[in-house]
Design a binder for this molecule. Structure first.
Ligand code: RNT
Ligand code: ZN
Length: 419
């Protein structure tokens, strides 16, 4: 089998070389792409603060496929399994509700780095870096739909304290792991029906963010980002943190902006936002997801839009300024399988983008040879990029092609089905 893969790679290498593309170089580029795996896919965004509580905040994980993780150990084991089936070295994205509260419960405004030391130790052992998120949902003080923009000062202050503490935790993670931990702020704030106070809530959110960012953190250890959304379940009429809000805030204050591909109108794409944002914001964080109708969080697949997104980043030579994370939660299928499919789809999109015969394409465009540009782009779609990806898996010592399906079935049989 490995001989066939090597032969297919050699043939692909020649095909690409004829177009001026070096596949060995492309593989070296892909090897550097670190994808942040969202820990919340293991347990449908439940966490350990209140394992019996409901998920709130306009997000929902549907399905009841058996085998979800119930403890930190199980989350770690599932992540390790997923990582063992993925080529490359990656990151893990942790949410504040996934702390270790076995030494005693700590409310959100009381959490400390010690609650996340277990995650840092896990990361060291698993050879991954960490990213972090404050959790401004699934809590009694977010039940009426508002947190950082809440009309009541005491409630805003509670959430400000939470986010401040999360930024300190992120800094500790980055310090111990030697890689800046990206801390994402997403708040569910919004309302089901029309509000007559759109400006008021936004003013509150702005003031809360100003307060939060007054505390400077070491950028070598942590970086901040802010995430917008168009609407959520139960916040259909108004979301405080809209795209315009965070675009304005991020550009004015030079804070990194998070683009979640599921957070826009179904016909609006984030691929076309990359080249604009790169001109005005310092960096971009991606939450790669797949919106389907009103749901923003289906498992990522190799879609045209995912490819367009990767192409925009590679064509702009911006891999060092764009951070790639995943964000979806599917409780209806094997959860480890959901990780592996999503990460592999993302890598395949980036690999195709890296393998693009960009010099030839740019030459066509510069000389008005637009038919030739179109034809090259069409031919490029079916070049043997998957042979290059198979070889990438082989070289990284992970299952090639459909082989990971059997590995996941085995893990389900041995581990998750027994939970
Ligand atoms: C919600 C946002 C947010 C969450 C995670 C759990 O719509 O996408 O990023 O998915 O924080
Ligand atoms: Zn997101």
């Amino acid at each position: 089998m490995s001989k066939q893969i090597e032969q297919a790679y050699a043939a692909a290498k020649d095909r690409y070389a004829a177009l001026g593309v070096d596949t060995d170089k492309a593989l070296a580029e892909l090897q550097k792409l670190s994808i942040s795996l969202h820990c919340w896919q293991t347990d449908d965004v439940t966490g350990f603060e209140n394992p019996d509580g409901d998920l709130t905040g306009g997000i929902q994980a549907t399905g009841n496929y058996p085998g979800k993780a119930h403890t930190i150990r199980e989350v770690h084991a599932d992540l390790k399994k997923a990582l063992s089936l993925l080529p490359g070295s990656h990151r893990v994205n942790v949410h504040a509700i996934y702390g270790d509260f076995s030494s005693g419960k700590a409310d959100r405004n009381r959490i400390e780095p010690k609650h996340f030391q277990g995650w840092i130790d896990f990361a060291k052992e698993a050879g991954v870096k960490l990213d972090f998120n404050c959790t401004c949902f699934s809590h009694p003080l977010s039940d009426d739909g508002f947190t950082l923009s809440h009309p009541k000062k005491e409630i805003r202050e509670f959430w400000i304290e939470h986010v401040q503490r999360c930024r300190a935790i992120a800094e500790e993670m980055g310090k111990q792991l030697g890689s800046p931990c990206i801390h994402n702020i997403w708040v569910p704030d919004g309302s089901k029906d029309s509000t007559v106070n759109r400006l008021g809530y936004r003013q509150n959110l702005k003031n809360s963010l100003d307060e939060i960012f007054k505390t400077k953190r070491n950028p070598a250890y942590m970086k901040d980002c802010i995430e917008s959304k168009l609407f959520g379940i139960g916040s259909e009429s108004y979301v405080v943190g809209s795209h315009e809000f965070y675009m304005g805030y991020g550009v004015a204050n030079q804070v990194m902006i998070t683009l979640d591909s599921g957070h826009f109108h179904p016909t609006e794409v984030i691929s076309d936002k990359i080249s604009s944002l790169l001109l005005f914001a310092p960096e971009i964080m991606l939450h790669v997801s797949r919106g389907v109708r009103w749901d923003s969080d289906h498992v990522v697949t190799l879609s045209d839009e995912l490819l367009a997104l990767a192409q925009e980043i590679i064509r702009a030579d911006a891999l060092d300024r764009v951070h790639v994370g995943l964000d979806y939660f599917d409780a209806s299928i094997n959860r480890i399988g959901a990780y592996v499919v999503g990460v592999r789809a993302t890598q395949k999109a980036f690999l195709q983008a890296i393998l693009e015969p960009i010099e030839q394409l740019r030459d066509c465009e510069a000389n008005g040879r637009n038919f030739q540009r179109l034809a090259l782009l069409e031919e490029d779609k079916a070049l043997p990029w998957n042979d290059v990806y198979d070889y990438f898996c082989l070289k990284n010592g992970v299952p090639v092609g459909t082989d990971y399906i059997t590995a996941i079935e085995q893990y389900e049989k041995d581990v998750t089905s027994k939970r």
